[in-house]
Design a binder for this molecule. Structure first.
Ligand code: SAM
Ligand code: GLN
Length: 274
């Protein structure tokens, strides 16, 4: 069978198993199995070999059982970048691209930026890519995340200083009071909501998902002491958490606003250090 027919059947199979975006999913998995790009799928005149067909069948089964596509392809697009991802580190989500957009709009040409809880490095690397004059730091509590973020930085040739540890504590003390932007997509799923998440979300580490207001409060307190007066704190929030997090920011930050995502849900809270 040729790839276009294989894709048609695979996509119908994924749809029957209620997998989201069946055709793009089938394309991503077949692209990865055959080692071609998407256009190559449609121009390849040969049938799949038995080995390729078996590997593709296995990938479809894993996806139906809840394995994220990105754990099989090993990559995720994020703004202009293709990041390497792997199990054990949070896979960047498309909604976080908006956090980067909002953060960039607040920045001058040569800002000092810190991405707290960087995971694969997504936010920090996108900022460095799109604002090359920035000096960018990133932190994460997870050793695996730090290693992956460093690997992504080196493969992409983007200079980001990635440090292991809690919030902003790994930074050199000379930076206190000098940072222009603290940006973060912290864990914000409530412990009670965790069990109800779909399996592909629970494939991310628990420490990357489960958190909430107490962590934002600590982040806000720390960020206030590292930001310069007028420096910006921009965070991603859960769909119903905008007002709760904005309230936490208001005592120390000016111009606190909640930005909705494309679906109209709360997504980002931004404020300026007084
Ligand atoms: N920024 C990445 C992104 O948007 O794709 C990853 C976001 S993930 C939702 C949250 C990340 O924060 C995880 O990598 C987790 O290890 C890290 N983290 C959780 N608590 C932290 C803390 N107290 N200090 C630093 N990093 C933390
Ligand atoms: N976006 C994740 C979800 O799908 C949550 C990410 C986070 O906790 N920052 O629920």
């Amino acid at each position: 069978m040729r790839p276009p027919e294989v894709l048609r059947r695979a996509s119908a199979y994924l749809a029957r198993h209620d997998v989201e975006s069946p055709l793009p999913t089938a394309e991503a998995l077949l692209t990865s199995v055959l080692g071609v790009d998407r256009a190559g799928l449609y121009t390849r005149g040969q049938d799949l070999t038995p080995g390729e067909a078996r590997a593709f069948g296995r990938a479809l089964c894993l996806r139906c059982a809840g394995t994220p596509v990105q754990h099989m392809t090993g990559e995720q697009a994020f703004r202009r970048l293709t990041l390497v991802v792997r199990p054990g580190v949070f896979v960047p989500r498309p909604e976080t691209e908006m956090l980067v957009e909002i953060a960039l709009a607040e920045l001058g040409e040569a800002p000092i930026v810190v991405d707290v809880g960087t995971g694969s490095g997504a936010i920090a690397l996108a900022v460095k890519d799109e604002r090359p004059g920035a000096t960018v730091f990133a932190t994460d509590l997870s050793r695996e995340a730090v290693e992956l973020a460093r690997w992504n930085a080196s493969r992409l040739g983007l200079e980001v200083d990635v440090r292991e540890g809690d919030l902003l504590f790994p930074l050199a003390t000379e930076l206190r009071g000098r940072v222009d932007l603290v940006v973060s997509n912290p864990p914000y799923v409530g412990a009670d909501a965790y069990g109800a998440l779909p399996p592909e979300v629970r494939a991310d580490p628990v420490a990357a998902l489960v958190g909430g207001p107490a962590l934002y409060e600590r982040l806000m307190t720390e960020a206030s002491s590292w930001l310069r007066p007028g420096g910006v704190l921009a965070v991603e929030v859960g769909a119903d958490d905008g007002e709760t997090i904005a309230e936490i920011f208001r005592p120390s930050f000016d111009g606190v606003r909640i930005e909705p995502d494309l679906a109209g849900r709360d997504r980002v809270v931004v404020g300026r250090r007084r």
